[in-house]
Design a protein around this ligand. Structure first.
Ligand SMILES: *[C@@H]1O[C@H](CO)[C@@H](O)[C@H](O)[C@H]1NC(C)=O
Ligand SMILES: *[C@@H]1O[C@H](CO)[C@@H](O)[C@H](O)[C@H]1NC(C)=O
Ligand SMILES: *[C@@H]1O[C@H](CO)[C@@H](O)[C@H](O)[C@H]1NC(C)=O
Length: 416
């Protein structure tokens, strides 16, 4: 779904690291970090050093960070069993800032008035390394980005990762990590971007994930299962991708109650059942909503018409039924509405006009009389029921402004 959610992160990366976009690995020659006068020595440094606090009995010398980074990176190197591109050949000696994929910056003032280099990022995207993560990586306390997309790391995320107090972006996508959801990521205090997609994680998604202050949550293409935590709507994230897992149960009714920042949410290709909750209408900024390839039943909620910024709606391959609401078809920013392979029984004017507006509109394999490419009649007469979807008492015209009031006054109260 082509929205450009990653731009802020990219900019952050670029501004922090000064890497150029053509540097596929983010390698290159480092980026002009001066190691200072320490002679690359393993830390002792020289000269006068004033400890951070008078009470520190054994003040850490300058470069202590790089020294512990050396420890961390060498421990990691020895846990890497295959390096077909020879990237780790550069991981020798105490000057960790010259290692391929390791980026330093002069951020930290050790108290002597001189900034010291610290490892601020590791970018080993597409390095095709095989191995595991090691607990010593938690020594990289100044590291803000860890990007490992496209390797063959396996095992789990070490428990020590909770100590990575500067880490804002953790990208473990396209690896072979396994086991339950790595809950230690929820303890990384400043994490903003969590990308676990295309791994082999299993089991349930923990509730705490959606209470955490993350801006991007990518869990797609794993083996997550079980119900979604009911607090999904608490997440302040702008993008949540749950696609291609084995999640089941209903889409939480609280959806949209608190998160108005959401731009893209993908439920596609899971095993969700039940209705599309009216609460989706509260996602005022959403651009992409995809619930395709599930077992959802019932009608499309009128509240979808409140999604004034929506561009892509995909409900294909479910058991949805009823009339396709004109309210949905009249959304002014719509580019693509896909409802194929459901049991919709009709649509009227505004939906017919979608073609004139050049909106992609695929309604094939439904039960719409007089239209081509519909299901054979016997399938339509056995169409699934509307489920028990709550229908907002239809005092049309439907008023989005009062949606929250309406929802709060429904017979079954929601607790946001
Ligand atoms: C660097 O760290 C290692 C192991 O942590 C330690 O043995 C060594 O003394 C340290 N070197 C300096 C100069 O601090
Ligand atoms: C969805 O519809 C299919 C085809 O009619 C049916 O076999 C299936 O049981 C239905 N599933 C649900 C959850 O309604
Ligand atoms: C509309 O979305 C569907 C599903 O995401 C996609 O397969 C299709 O190519 C899109 N059509 C257009 C015209 O963008």
């Amino acid at each position: 779904m082509g929205i450009c959610w990653s731009l802020p992160f990219l900019l952050l990366l670029l501004s922090l690291l000064f890497v150029t976009s053509e540097a596929d690995f983010g390698f290159g020659d480092g980026f002009g970090v001066s190691i200072g006068g320490g002679g690359g020595g393993g830390g002792g440094g020289g000269g006068v050093w004033i400890g951070e606090g008078a009470s520190t009995p054994n003040p850490t010398p300058p470069f202590s960070d790089l020294n512990s980074s050396y420890t961390a990176l060498q421990a990691w190197k020895s846990a890497i069993t295959d390096d077909p591109l020879g990237i780790l050949r550069s991981w020798v000696g105490s000057n960790v800032c010259s290692y391929k994929g390791v980026f330093c910056s002069d951020l930290k003032d050790d108290g002597d008035g001189l900034p010291s280099p610290v490892v601020s990022a590791i970018d080993l995207n597409h390095a095709n390394l095989e191995g595991t993560l090691v607990k010593e990586l938690s020594l990289l306390t100044e590291m803000s980005l860890l990007h490992l997309n496209g390797n063959r790391f396996s095992g789990t995320v070490p428990q020590t990762f909770g100590d990575l107090s500067s880490l804002t972006e953790l990208d473990l996508s396209n690896n072979q990590f396994s086991g339950p959801f790595p809950s230690v990521t929820l303890l990384v205090p400043n994490l903003i971007y969590l990308d676990l997609r295309f791994n082999r994680f299993i089991g349930q998604i923990p509730q705490q994930l959606f209470n955490k202050n993350l801006d991007a949550i990518f869990l797609n293409n794993n083996q997550f299962e079980g119900p979604l935590p009911q607090n999904l709507g608490n997440s302040p994230a702008s993008v949540i991708n749950l696609a291609n897992n084995k999640l089941s149960g209903s889409i939480p009714a609280s959806l949209g109650y608190t998160n108005t920042a959401l731009k893209e949410i993908l439920f596609l290709n899971n095993q969700f059942t039940g209705c599309i909750p009216e609460g989706v209408g509260l996602f005022s900024d959403i651009i992409v909503l995809d619930t395709s390839l599930n077992y959802l039943t019932g009608h499309l909620p009128d509240s979808i018409s409140c999604l004034q910024d929506i561009e892509v709606l995909n409900f294909a391959h479910n058991n949805l039924s009823g009339e396709l609401p004109d309210l949905v078809c009249s959304l002014k920013n719509l580019l693509n509405l896909t409802v194929s392979f459901n049991f919709f029984s009709g649509f009227s004017q505004d939906c017919s006009k979608l073609f004139l507006r050049s909106v992609g509109f695929d309604f094939s394999s439904n039960c719409i009389p007089g239209k081509g490419m519909q299901r054979p009649q016997p399938e339509c007469s056995g169409a699934p029921g509307s489920g028990n979807c709550l229908e907002i008492p239809s005092a049309k015209p439907f008023a989005c402004g009062s949606l929250l009031d309406i929802l709060n006054n429904l017979p079954i109260p929601f607790s946001p």
